[in-house]
Design a protein around this ligand. Structure first.
Ligand SMILES: [Zn+2]
Length: 153
């Protein structure tokens, strides 16, 4: 199992069509996630008091209820823990797009985390498999925003 970070990879072309809404990279709760992504790093929230890692990021720790939250880089590899093939447009910009696969990824070095994301080159028509290996890639979705995506490994 990989224990060193992979070289970061950014997608050459956008995965989703124009017109999608995007998260605020300066959001006080999620900001660390997007700050890392902008540098090609995958980071998950970690409590600085008790060490509990959690996803999605929250204002405070779900284990000790402390508010001293920080960020920990992870290697960005994992396995598909669950997945769904999206066939109905979840946003007006997706009317002519898809199907595509959204998966919960069990991270190799933080297996308690199941991180949700799009697998940009996933096999379609029900061919994705639980346990399939994936690695993180990044998509520059705005001048000030990069978002983690996943690629088959
Ligand atoms: Zn804690």
């Amino acid at each position: 199992m990989t224990t060193t970070p992979q070289p970061s990879e950014f997608l050459d072309t956008p995965f989703f069509p124009d017109g999608m809404t995007t998260p605020d990279p300066a959001d006080p709760i999620n900001g660390g996630y997007f700050a890392a992504a902008a540098e090609g790093r995958l980071a998950i929230q970690r409590c600085s008091d008790c060490g509990t890692r959690q996803y999605p990021p929250e204002l405070n720790c779900h284990a000790c209820y402390g508010f001293n939250m920080g960020w920990q880089d992870v290697v960005g590899t994992g396995a598909v823990w669950s997945w769904v093939e999206v066939v109905h447009p979840a946003h007006p910009a997706l009317r002519e797009f898809g199907p595509y696969v959204v998966a919960l990824i069990e991270l190799d070095d933080a297996p308690e985390i199941k991180l949700m994301g799009v697998v940009v080159d996933a096999p379609l028509s029900g061919a994705m498999e639980i346990g399939a290996r994936v690695r993180v890639v990044f998509e520059q979705t705005a001048d000030d925003l990069a978002q983690p995506r996943w690629r088959m490994a």
